[in-house]
Design a protein around this ligand. Structure first.
Ligand code: ZN
Length: 248
C-alpha cells in the first residue's frame, strides 16, 4: 500500500541535490518541519520547479518512503512572487525563513509559526508597513510563539505596572524607575514604544500587521530588538548578514 499524505505548508529552503533534484524543507501544519525530495525539480519542464522555491505556500502531496518524503504534486496558493524580483524584499523573506527554520522541529505543532510566516510575507509584499518594522514585529512574535520572550507588562524585579520603565535584555524585559539600578543595559522606553511592545506580544497573528509607528518608536524598537536578539538568539543568520551588508 502506498503511503500518500497531503500537507499544507510553506517552503523554507531548497537546495540542489544530484544532477536534477532538489531537497526542500517545508514547514507544515500537520507534521511540523519536514524535509522532502523533489525528484527532477531542476529539469526545465518539471512541474515541481516553481512550486519548490522558498516562500511557496500551499498543499503538497507527499509520498512517505521509508526514510524520507518525496513531493509528488503541489497546489500552490501563494508564491509571493513580488519578493522574487526585489533583492531587499527577498532577503528579508529569507531571513524570516531561516529564523523559523531555527525555531521549529519535526513532528512538533508549528501551526502558529506557519501562520506568522504567512502573515509576515503578506505584510512584506504589500509594502504598506516599513520592512524594518515588519522585521522587529516578526522577531518578537516568533520569540513569543517559542515561549521565551521579554516581560513587557510589569517590572521584572518588583512587579510594578504603573511606573516609568527601561527595557533590559539582561533582566528579560521591563525594569521600573525604582529598580533601575540593577539594569545597566537599560534602554529608556516611552509610552508609545511600550504600547507597541505590548501590542506585538498580546495581539493575534491576524491583527499583527495592522499598525505603523513613528521614526522615534522604530529607532527604539531597533535598539531593543537588536539587544534582545543579540543576547538570546544563539545563531548567526546568513541571510541577515547579507541583508545588513546591503542596508549599510
Ligand atoms: Zn521595579
Amino acid at each position: 500500500m502506498s503511503q500518500t499524505v497531503t500537507v499544507t505548508g510553506m517552503i523554507l529552503s531548497a537546495a540542489p541535490i544530484g544532477e536534477y533534484d532538489k531537497r526542500v524543507v517545508i514547514l507544515t501544519k500537520e507534521k511540523g518541519k519536514i524535509s522532502a525530495f523533489a525528484k527532477g525539480a531542476r529539469r526545465q519542464n518539471s512541474p515541481l520547479m516553481g512550486v519548490t522555491s522558498p516562500f511557496s505556500f500551499g498543499e503538497f502531496t507527499l509520498y512517505e518512503g521509508r526514510t524520507s518524503y518525496n513531493i509528488m504534486t503541489a497546489n500552490i496558493s501563494n508564491y509571493f512572487m513580488e519578493l522574487s524580483s526585489d533583492f531587499e524584499g527577498a532577503y528579508y523573506g529569507f531571513y524570516f525563513m531561516e529564523f523559523a527554520d531555527y525555531y521549529t522541529k519535526e513532528y512538533n505543532d508549528e501551526t502558529q509559526m506557519l501562520k506568522l510566516l504567512y502573515q509576515t510575507l503578506r505584510a512584506l509584499s504589500s509594502g504598506k508597513i516599513k520592512r524594518e518594522l515588519v522585521r522587529y514585529i516578526f522577531e518578537l512574535k516568533a520569540l513569543v510563539i517559542n515561549g521565551e520572550y521579554p516581560e513587557v507588562f510589569r517590572c521584572g524585579n518588583c512587579g510594578a505596572v504603573d511606573r516609568g520603565v527601561v527595557f533590559s535584555s539582561k533582566n528579560h524585559g521591563l525594569i521600573c524607575e525604582e529598580c533601575k539600578a540593577i539594569a545597566a543595559d537599560g534602554i529608556g522606553v516611552d509610552s508609545s514604544t511600550l504600547y507597541t511592545l505590548q501590542y506585538i506580544v498580546s495581539s493575534t497573528i491576524e491583527k499583527l500587521y495592522t499598525f505603523t509607528v513613528s521614526d522615534e518608536v522604530l529607532s527604539k524598537l531597533r535598539r531593543i530588538m537588536k539587544q534582545y536578539v543579540g543576547l538570546y538568539v544563539d545563531k548567526r543568520f546568513k541571510s541577515l548578514e547579507i541583508l545588513e551588508m546591503c542596508l549599510d
